[in-house]
Design a protein around this ligand. Sequence first.
Ligand code: PRP
Ligand code: URA
Length: 208
Amino acid sequence: MSVVIFDHPLIKHKVALLRDKHTHTNQFRELTEEITTLMAFEALNDIPTKEVSVTTPLETITQTVVVENSVAIIPILRAGLGMVNGIHTLLPTAKVGHIGMYRDHDTLQPKEYYCKLPEKINEKICIIIDPMLATGGSAVAAIDLLKKHGAKKIKLMNIIAAPVGIEAVQKAHPDVQIYVAQKDRCLNENGYILPGLGDAGDRIFGTK
Ligand code: PRP
Ligand code: URA
C-alpha cells in the first residue's frame, strides 16, 4: 500500500516545534496529541458509518454517523501512549489495546513484554500508534502480533519515519496503510532518526 505523508502547514509547524530540543515535556506532550489528531482526521476517513434519524429544531432528517466500537487504538509502549488522547479527542469511545515493545540498545531488535488487546479485535480497524518508525522492527513485530490475535484491518500512524522503516513495514506487511507526518533522512549508527527529535519516550515522559 502507498504511504500517506502529510503535506499540511499546520502539521509541519507543529512537527518543527516537536523537534526543537528546547521544547519541554508538557509542550511536547501537547504537540504529540495535536499532531495525532490532525493525522487521525485523514487516517479515519474510511471508518464504518450508518444512517440515523436526527430531529433538528426545524425538521427530521437522515444523517450519517460513525459506527461506535469499530476502531481500536493500539499504542506501542511507551511512546505510543503519548498519541492516544489525540485519537480519543475524535473517537472518545474507542477501545485501547496495549503492546509493550522496546528496542534492545545493542541489537536494535524489538523485545515484546506486554500485550493486552480489546475483545473482537478481528472486527475492528486497528490503528497502531508510535511517534517513531526507525528500523521498523517494532512496528513489524507489533503488526505480526496483532495479526496473530486475528486483526484483519490494520493501519500504522507515526509522526516521524525513516525511509528504511517505511520500507521494512511495506515489505513485511504490504496490506497495512501507513500514515507519516514527516519522512526523515536516515538513521545514525545508534538507530536514531536524523534529523528526528531524539528519544520520543524520554521526551514525552521526562525520563532524561
Ligand atoms: C522507540 C519508538 C518505537 C521504536 C522505533 O521505542 O517509540 O517503538 O523505538 O524503533 P524501531 O523502528 O527501530 O523499532 P523504544 O524502543 O525506545 O522504547 P520506549 O518507548 O519504551 O522508550
Ligand atoms: N526511537 C526514538 O525514540 N527515536 C528515534 O530516533 C529512534 C527510535
